[in-house]
Design a protein around this ligand. Structure first.
Ligand SMILES: Nc1nc2c(c(=O)[nH]1)N[C@H]1C(S)=C(S)[C@@H](COP(=O)(O)O)O[C@H]1N2
Ligand SMILES: [Mo]
Length: 158
């Protein structure tokens, strides 16, 4: 944890970086969300605690419209910046009142509950803001660029 950081890089005037302690000192909030997996399961009313992306993006000057979340281990996933703002996305570090289990992305994962769960990068370490939408790991392998479960956007062409 001494070496863990969360960064916002890419098309920004000034890159940002928080250590674990700095992240934990930011305002955090608990939230309840339904999560949807592309393989057709949904889990209702899951309870989380995390820092809103609004808090992290506050004061970041950018003209970028897209982001790529990147993780320890090399996983990436792309999202429109609009899907990360206005109270829709968090860097989550507690699930159901407990520190997030490493199996589920601990110490921290991105959580974007209104999109399919593959967008919620586990072991997340940062966001790269981009002018163009750049497919991440699953999106390069046939998954939909946006992944709205209400539109069943599972695969390319859905
Ligand atoms: N870093 C990372 N994050 C990831 C993945 C992954 O392989 N690596 N898989 C994604 C997919 S496809 C799903 S369905 C969810 C699974 O989250 P869970 O293990 O907490 O159920 O994590 C997403 N985030
Ligand atoms: Mo998945």
């Amino acid at each position: 944890m001494a070496e863990w950081t969360f960064s916002i890089v890419g098309e920004v005037d000034e890159p940002k970086r928080w250590t674990w302690d700095e992240l934990r000192r930011l305002q955090s909030e608990s939230f309840t969300a339904d999560i949807h997996c592309v393989t057709k399961w949904t889990k209702l009313d899951t309870r989380w605690m995390g820092v809103s992306l609004d808090t992290l993006l506050d004061g970041v000057e950018t003209a970028a419209e897209f982001a790529v979340a990147y993780s320890d281990g090399g996983y990436t996933t792309n999202l429109p910046l609009d899907d990360l703002t206005d109270g829709k996305a968090w860097i989550a570090f507690e699930y159901d009142g407990q520190p997030l289990d490493p199996e589920h992305g601990g110490p921290a994962r991105l959580l974007v509950p209104h999109l399919y769960l593959w967008k919620s990068a586990k072991w997340v370490r940062g966001l790269s803001l981009q002018n163009e939408d750049e497919p991440g790991f699953w999106e390069s392998n046939g998954y939909h660029l946006r992944g709205d479960p209400w539109r069943e956007q599972r695969y390319w062409g859905d």
